[in-house]
Design a protein. Structure first.
Lengths: 87, 180
């Protein structure tokens, strides 16, 4: 069951990658990359159960936080054109 | 069964790398190289190299993406098409393939993943476990290896981190003073 679920997650990762590479607007890419990050978190969580060692579940939590920070940085860049404070 | 996942993820990485080579939008390339790092981190996790995966995700997908975006705010967002004669590009391709082939060839000599007879499991680990408490007087084996057996190595690492910290502090303080 975990095998099927994680393979489907890998397939979902492939589809989001297609959108991230082709996506005409930057927002398509941002959204696709964010969903891709979520899929990676899911894959790592499922991978723990797949190998009968769910000890690394907290690792996926940290990935989720990283994903959030990356998306925030990218969105801030789009809004202001830079990452620092307004002069 | 996770071997199939690893193969699929690496296939995704190859496809993504080929797509990245053809793209000219630097912003999209910066974001997608973060995705590449995340895929690599997932592969590392499935290979049980959790600490490596952690570093890859934090540095590759987190810090590098942020630094790249900061660098892009100082430059242009599109890459110009690479010029040069075709012969030069073919030469570059040949060098890249030769280096890749050498790495793959070298990997054939590696012991199988998780092999109990691999040198890394037999070289000095037994000695550390047996003699560590008597040699160093430290009850924790990890601490004994890091602080005593590899003491000079750890000292060098700490020196590097200390120097980097001083560099960052010097740069940022200079920045603050120049502001009105």
């Amino acid at each position: 069951m975990f095998t099927v679920a994680s393979l489907l997650v890998v397939a979902a990762m492939a589809t989001t990658l297609v959108r991230a590479v082709r996506g005409p607007t930057p927002y398509d890419r941002i959204l696709a990359v964010n969903v891709h990050g979520t899929m990676t978190v899911l894959l790592i969580a499922l991978g723990g159960f797949l190998t009968d060692r769910p000890d690394f579940l907290d690792l996926s939590l940290v990935y989720a936080l990283l994903n959030f920070v990356g998306t925030l940085a990218a969105l801030r860049f789009f809004r202001h054109g830079h990452l620092g404070e307004e002069p | 069964m996770e071997r199939l996942h690893i193969v699929l993820l690496i296939a995704l990485m190859i496809a993504l790398a080929l797509a990245l080579v053809r793209m000219r939008n630097l912003l999209a390339i910066a974001i997608l190289s973060g995705v590449y790092s995340l895929l690599l981190a997932a592969v590392y996790t499935l290979l049980d190299a959790v600490d490596v995966a952690f570093t890859e995700a934090a540095v590759g997908a987190g810090i590098t993406l942020t630094l790249m975006l900061a660098a892009l705010s100082l430059t242009t967002r599109r890459e110009t098409r690479p010029g040069g004669r075709a012969a030069r590009r073919v030469l570059g391709l040949a060098v890249a393939f030769a280096a890749g082939a050498a790495l793959v060839y070298a990997s054939f000599d590696m012991p199988a993943l998780g092999d109990a007879a691999a040198p890394i499991h037999n070289h000095v680990a037994d000695r550390y476990i047996a003699e560590g408490p008597r040699d160093t007087g430290v009850p924790n084996i990890v601490t004994a290896v890091l602080a005593s057996y590899r003491g000079y190595d750890t000292l060098g690492e700490v020196t590097v981190i200390f120097t980097a910290g001083i560099g960052v502090i010097a740069l940022l303080w200079r920045w603050r003073r120049d502001e009105p």
